[in-house]
Design a protein around this ligand. Structure first.
Ligand code: SF4
Length: 336
C-alpha cells in the first residue's frame, strides 16, 4: 500500500453504508474531498527522515516539525527522530534534517559551524520561491512576500535576502501601508500555502498601487494547496458541516478551514477523531464534507470516518476535482 493511502477497512463506493446498530442511527452522506492529505513535498520530507534513520541510525535530529502534523512527528519520534527548534540542542557530529518548510542559508551555515551533517528536506516548490527572491534581489527589486509574517516558510524565504530588502503583506491594508513610491521597482512572491482567493485580491491591490511590479512566471501557491482548496470549494456549499483534518498550526489546514467558512456555517479543524465536536454536526443526518490538509496522514481521515460511523449510518462519496500525479525525486541521503 502506498504511503498515505487509505487503510480504512471499508471501500468507499457510494452505496456502502457503515453502522454499528442499524437503522436507529441518523444517516449522513460524507462528501470526501479529493485530492486531500499528503502532497509530494510532505511525502518526500518524511521519507528523507526514514532514509536517514536507515542509513545513519538513530537518533536523527530534525530542525522544526518535519511537516506540521503531530501524528507524523510522533510516529517519526518513535522511529528514532528527535525534533529540535535550535541547532544548539543538536550534539556535534550528529545528522540533522531541515524541514519541508525551508530554512535560511544562515541556518545551513550554523549547522556547518556545529560540525553537523545536514540534509535539507525543503520542498522543491518552496526552494523555487527561494530562487525567485534571490533573482529579484539581484535585479535591484524590493521583494514583497504575500504570506503570514512569522510562519516558518516565510521566515526561511526572507532569510535568503539581506535585512530590509523584503516586506510581508497578508491583506490589502498591508499593501496600502507599504512605504514605497508608485514607481518603486518591486517584485512579489507568495507563500506556497496561502489562500488562492486572498492572494489574488492582494496581488490585485499591489498592481493597483505599483507600476513596476515583477511577478513570478508561475504561481507560487503550490499545486497541492491549489488542488485541496479547489476540492473543498466543490463540496463545501453542498454540506451542512465541514471537517478539516489538520493541525491548528498548519498553514494549509487553516486556509482550508477559512475557505470552508465562506460557504458553510459549521466548520471544524481537528487533528484527530478524538477532537470531533459532535454538537457541530447535523443531529438528524444530512451531508458532511471531509478533507485533510497536505500534512495530514490518510489514517486520520480513516479514524474520523470510523468515529462518524459509530454515531451515524454513513455513506461515503469521494468527490474528485483534480487527479494529482505530482511526484518529487527522493532527497539523496548518502554516506558521510
Ligand atoms: S504543501 Fe506544497 S509547498 Fe508545501 S510541501 Fe506540499 S507541495 Fe510542497
Amino acid at each position: 500500500m502506498r504511503p498515505g493511502h487509505s487503510q480504512f477497512p471499508f471501500s468507499r463506493r457510494p452505496e456502502d453504508v457503515y453502522s454499528r446498530d442499524g437503522l436507529r442511527l441518523p444517516t449522513v452522506e460524507v462528501l470526501l474531498a479529493a485530492p486531500r492529505g499528503f502532497c509530494a513535498g510532505v511525502r518526500r520530507a518524511i521519507q528523507a527522515v526514514r532514509d536517514a534513520l536507515e542509513l545513519h541510525g538513530a537518533p536523527i535530529y530534525v530542525r522544526h516539525a518535519i511537516v506540521h502534523n503531530d501524528a507524523v512527528v510522533s510516529e517519526l519520534e518513535r522511529e528514532g527522530a528527535i525534533f529540535v527548534e535550535n541547532l544548539a540542542d543538536v550534539p556535534r557530529g550528529s545528522v540533522v534534517i531541515f524541514s519541508a518548510h525551508g530554512v535560511s542559508p544562515a541556518i545551513a551555515r550554523e549547522a556547518q559551524r556545529h560540525g553537523l551533517r545536514a540534509y535539507d528536506a525543503v520542498c522543491p516548490l518552496v526552494a523555487k520561491v527561494h530562487r525567485e527572491v534571490e533573482r529579484y534581489h539581484r535585479g535591484g527589486r524590493h521583494v514583497v512576500m504575500v504570506g503570514h509574517a512569522g510562519h516558518v516558510e516565510v521566515a526561511g524565504t526572507l532569510g535568503h535576502l539581506p535585512d530590509g530588502t523584503a516586506s510581508v503583506v497578508s491583506s490589502r491594508e498591508d499593501v496600502s501601508a507599504l512605504p514605497f513610491a508608485a514607481d518603486e521597482p518591486l517584485a512579489f512572491v507568495i507563500q506556497t500555502t496561502f489562500s488562492t482567493g486572498e492572494a489574488a485580491d492582494i496581488v490585485a491591490a499591489l498592481n493597483e498601487r505599483f507600476s513596476d511590479l515583477a511577478a513570478p512566471r508561475t504561481s507560487d501557491i503550490c499545486y497541492a494547496t491549489t488542488n485541496r482548496q479547489l476540492a473543498l470549494r466543490t463540496i463545501a456549499p453542498a454540506v451542512e458541516a465541514v471537517i478539516v483534518a489538520g493541525a491548528s498550526f498548519s498553514s494549509n489546514a487553516n486556509r482550508l478551514a477559512e475557505l470552508a467558512r465562506e460557504t458553510c456555517r459549521s466548520v471544524q479543524l481537528i487533528d484527530s477523531a478524538d477532537s470531533l465536536q459532535w454538537n457541530a454536526l447535523p443531529i438528524l443526518g444530512g451531508r458532511i464534507g471531509l478533507t485533510a490538509a497536505a500534512s495530514t496522514p490518510e489514517s486520520t481521515v480513516d479514524e474520523i470516518l470510523a468515529a462518524l460511523s459509530r454515531r451515524y449510518r454513513v455513506s461515503v462519496r469521494e468527490v474528485a476535482s483534480v487527479v494529482e500525479t505530482q511526484q518529487f525525486a527522493p532527497l539523496p541521503i548518502g554516506p558521510a
